[in-house]
Design a protein around this ligand. Sequence first.
Ligand code: SF4
Length: 343
Amino acid sequence: MRWDHLGETPPTPADTALFGMDAVTTRTFDTPEFRGITFHEVRARTILNRVPGASRMPFEWTVNPYRGCTHACVYCFARKTHSYLDLDTGLGFDSQIVVKVNAAELLTRQLASRRWQGAHIAMGTNVDCYQRAEGRYRLMPGILTALRDRANPFSILTKGTLILRDLELLTQAAEVTEVGVSVSVGFTDEELWRTIEPGTPSPHRRLDVVRALGEHGIGCGVLMAPVVPFLGDSPEQLRATVRAIAEAGAVSVTPLVLHLRPGAREWFMSWLARHHPRLVGRYERMYADGAYAPTWYQRRITRQVHELAAEFGIGPARRETPRHLPRPAPAPPAGDPEQLTLL
Ligand code: SF4
């Protein structure tokens, strides 16, 4: 692959103040997949983030090599985190990507510290660590190598097929520690996918990832997220999605209904007004009390998905025994811009 480097801008004091990092270089690339995207390469000062309120979470530590995400999911609730960098939470989130170029080097050093106790590390909890930028920057191989070499348990949640590039490293890591991988697939409706998750690999390609990981002994769960009210929640759509997840050999399926937090809510509602104007009123009523759909609705979706999962026999019992099961899908913590959980 050829990478045409169009522009490189040295850091200004304003950049450094904005990103709070030691150095910032801004780059653009003239290849179709990166046209219109600006990368802010930074040298971060730390890479291990402690999760606030970790008692509510299945993990205490996260690693996030990127901020912003070219997968550009309209509903992404990490959008708000871009405002902490004074960047736009709409198109800016999709096209202004912060890259912590020293992520692997930092992690290697921090894991070697005598103070590090070898706790589980979750990745993909803020933005997708296998978004398209990873094809260019290749930060994950160094990160996985550091984790493998220290036999440090970890989990990854992604919508990116690029994770298969690192299959060998994942397999090696799974030989020495606990490795969990979950893929996010909220629906299999192609038309909905093209408009609401325009930068992601198709749901069926993501399910191919589940299949491939399973074939290599890495049991993979599916976070069925988001289930999109009125657009992706009909009985037929739920059935088709759960059936496809089962056929891919997922070891678990965890449904999660769309939530609309500030930052994501405005962007999603403007998308809805353009693509499905007749639904605007119904959404305003459904999300009138805040970011979450009503409990009755969430319970109904969860019950339907669990019934379908039972019908299609999703779970480790119908597969060859996987070496490692995925950890439970993370629940969204509040507050910290580095910690917001992705879908
Ligand atoms: S939901 Fe995940 S994959 Fe989609 S834009 Fe957000 S971080 Fe990226």
